[in-house]
Design a protein around this ligand. Structure first.
Ligand code: NAD
Length: 303
């Protein structure tokens, strides 16, 4: 079998167009505020991408840059100030925070009305109800659901195996798969303590992997025809045909590449559908943040 590749960029473009046309009908631009504490090269790139994807579709993006030495109380006070600012639609807290700050405590200070990442207790709690659609939810979990939806396959009753039980992916995805009284899949959640992982993954008609370990899911762990959603993002060394590291002539260092948790070259011959890494789940995740922002905006204007 040769799997159909789920094109994350195509899905993202379509959703972006939907958001853009909704925003064109709105007089005042929604405002997204990003709070960053200290300097972090990785989040610098992330912030640059966030800013350009916001501005592309008519969302105002403001960065609040705070000093690395800020105390936890002072940071919480800043968050509360943004919570009260009526001009701000949503707030995103860039991670990681410095070691002297309790990230969970600060995250909990974000008002559920401004929680663009869908991680506040109130918004996560709403995922439990079948008859209440939360206005926002964790972006990566939403992206996984969009990738599954793009296949056009019915999830009703299907064996779904989720590998990884984090708060931003595995757990919310499980609730989302169970969100309908009649149309739900049948999820099994695997994690670090799961015994004989392959015995679970091999019976999955929908396999979602969010661990962060390159090569964890091999071809022989996948059921023929399965929908495989690879959330993992791992940087590994590129190897040549002999298995030796490929050296970058300019830097003299080994060349790196980004891969998921699934051995793509094997899985693509067995699965029915598969998300590539990069260009799969990650591409959709960014636009789900914008969709969440629009959801918050509609609530704030009473729509
Ligand atoms: P996490 O680090 O919070 O949790 C990892 C999970 O994997 C845990 O549930 C753990 O029990 C499980 N696990 C670890 N080793 C295992 C093993 N050998 N077998 C089975 N389960 C095992 O994870 P996270 O924050 O959800 O991130 C997971 C991966 O997804 C990372 O690679 C991350 O970079 C990536 N990610 C991608 C996106 C995206 O948009 N594509 C977004 C967020 C995270």
């Amino acid at each position: 079998m040769n799997a159909k590749v789920i094109d994350g960029n195509k899905i993202a473009d379509a959703i972006k167009q939907e958001i853009k046309s909704e925003l064109e009908k709105i007089k005042e631009k929604p405002v997204l505020v990003a709070v960053q504490v200290g300097e972090n090269p990785a989040s610098k790139v992330y912030i640059k991408n966030q800013k350009s994807s916001c501005e592309d579709i008519g969302i105002e993006y403001n960065l609040v840059q705070l000093d690395n030495s800020i105390t936890e109380d002072a940071l919480i006070a800043e968050i509360q100030k943004i919570n009260r600012d009526e001009k701000v639609t949503g707030l995103i807290l860039q991670m990681p925070l410095p070691a002297h700050i309790n990230s969970r405590k600060v995250q909990m200070a974000i008002s559920s009305q401004k929680d663009v990442e869908g991680v506040s207790p109130a918004n996560l709690g709403k995922l439990l109800y079948s008859d209440v659609k939360p206005p926002v939810a964790p972006c990566t979990a939403l992206s996984v659901m969009e990738c599954i939806k793009s296949t056009g396959e019915n999830i009703r009753g299907k064996e779904a195996v989720i590998v990884g039980h984090s708060e931003i992916v595995g757990k919310p995805v499980t609730l989302m798969l169970l969100s309908s009284l009649l149309e739900s899949a049948t999820p099994t959640v695997c994690h670090i303590a799961t015994k004989n992982l392959a015995s679970h993954t091999k019976r999955a008609e929908i396999l979602i992997v969010a661990v962060g370990k390159a090569g964890l899911i091999k071809g022989n762990m996948i059921k023929e025809g399965a929908i495989v959603i690879d959330v993992g993002i791992n940087r590994i060394q590129m190897k040549d045909e002999k298995g030796e590291p490929v050296i970058d002539e300019k830097t003299g260092k080994p060349k790196m590449k980004t891969v998921g948790d699934v051995v793509y070259e094997e899985a693509v011959n067995i699965a029915g559908y598969i998300t590539p890494v990069p260009g799969g789940v990650g591409a959709v995740t960014t636009v789900m943040l914008l969709k969440n922002l629009l959801g918050l905006y509609k609530i704030q204007i009473g729509n």
